[in-house]
Ligand binder design. Structure first.
Ligand SMILES: *Cc1c(COP(=O)(O)O)cnc(C)c1O
Length: 381
């Protein structure tokens, strides 16, 4: 596989995102065989990778879509996802985005504040429609992941806090154009232990009790996404979906006829992508050598933004042992534009092709044109 990709990349411009559709399909096969027997629903979190072909493949496995902007809702529809399988979250939905989703008649708005409930009600009223909504609640569960991708604590901007629920019910009573269908949660991303999900289940059970005591029937529970991948083992790894869904099966108490929804992004697309680049220069530093690549934080910002680890390999010297250490950096005028410090690599030269692994999620979608960089191409293999 590596050699076949290397042969192709040799004749192409870098930086280049390479997406391995076989790997994507293996992830999807594992995912579907884990959730389908349990009758669960999985919505692909579109923001992880919005490539149209990739989204088309994911749609063909029967997943729904989880969107966080009006353009993502539109992209999902364009890629063949049915509106009845689209959910729409986000703390700052604009009027135009809400109107678009109302016109498309999506499955559900995941609402993140009382103010938003009032706005959606007003816009739905103008269209003489009913908006199906779920309350995105802040369960105050720690995901034990990087603080920038922790979303379920009271200090985070996401979701409605539990102490506001009495007020929410008052608003919902008056809101004639809203239909409360469910509850939504999402505690964070790149979660590699199952304990936070178990803690989430326990919180959801308590919260469900509150709604039950208020005689409110909820048709669905949506527990969001966040299942992490092993960035250290890009070749071996297929996410352990069986164990993940088993946690919810074991610890979450569903009410009669209640459906359970998930929103997975990274675990589906993360390990199928590789950012390919070339070494521009080797530069001697005081303590270290720099390998300066033609790819930078403009193509993959995760190391700069979250101190994220990505495995770095020199594919031009794939048969040689790792004998030296390099600080692998990009060309952008920022000190944070670094992919890794003291990375073990074979003796590396100008022109070598460097693979930065597990770049299928939150890489191309976060690309910027900073330094007036041009957008890198994509190669599907
Ligand atoms: C980002 C996001 C997800 C997906 O998270 P992953 O870590 O990629 O699985 C799911 N739901 C919501 C609301 C999100 O914002």
């Amino acid at each position: 596989m590596k050699i076949a990709v290397l042969e192709k990349v040799k004749n192409l411009e870098t930086p280049l995102y390479v997406y391995d559709t076989q790997k994507l399909r293996r992830n999807l096969d594992a995912l579907v065989s884990a959730f389908q027997p349990l009758g669960y629903h999985v919505h692909y979190a579109v923001k992880a990778n919005t490539n149209k072909e990739i989204m088309g493949i994911i749609q063909s496995y029967g997943l729904g879509a989880d969107c966080v902007s009006g353009n993502e809702v539109q992209r999902a529809i364009d890629c063949g996802f049915a509106a009845k399988d689209v959910v729409f979250a986000g703390v700052g939905k604009s009027d135009a985005e809400i109107n678009k989703a109302l016109d498309l008649d999506i499955f559900c708005f995941n609402c993140e504040s009382i103010a938003e409930l009032e706005v959606i009600d007003g816009l739905a009223h103008k269209k003489n429609k009913k908006a199906r909504i779920a309350l995105r609640l802040n369960p105050n569960v720690n995901a034990y992941t990087h603080s920038y991708i922790t979303t379920g604590l009271e200090e985070n901007k996401f979701g409605i806090n539990i102490w506001e629920l009495d007020k929410v019910l008052g608003v919902l009573k008056r809101a004639k154009n809203l239909e409360l269908k469910g509850l939504h949660f999402h505690i964070g991303s790149q979660i590699t232990e199952l304990t936070p999900f178990k803690n989430l289940c326990n919180r959801v059970n308590e919260i469900q009790e509150w709604f039950f005591n208020h005689q409110i029937i909820l048709e669905h529970i949506n527990v969001g996404g966040g299942l992490g991948i092993d960035y250290h083992q890009p070749d071996l790894e297929i996410p352990d979906y069986q164990a993940y869904f088993q946690v919810f099966r074991s610890f979450l108490t569903l009410r009669p006829n209640q459906s359970l929804h998930f929103e997975l992004g990274r675990s589906i697309v993360g390990n199928m992508g590789t950012l390919m680049s070339r070494v521009l220069y080797i530069k001697k530093g005081v303590k270290t050598n720099f390998a300066i690549l033609d790819a930078g934080m403009t193509e993959l910002i995760r190391p700069a933004l979250y101190q994220a680890y990505h495995k770095i390999e020199n594919w031009s010297k794939w048969a040689e042992p790792n004998s030296e250490k390099y600080d692998v950096v990009g060309p952008i005028c920022e000190s944070s534009d670094s992919f890794g410090k003291a990375v073990d690599l074979p003796t590396t030269e100008r022109g070598d092709i460097i693979a930065i692994r597990s770049a299928g999620a939150y890489a191309e979608v976060m690309a910027s044109s900073y330094n007036l960089r041009k957008k890198a191409d994509v190669l599907l293999v």
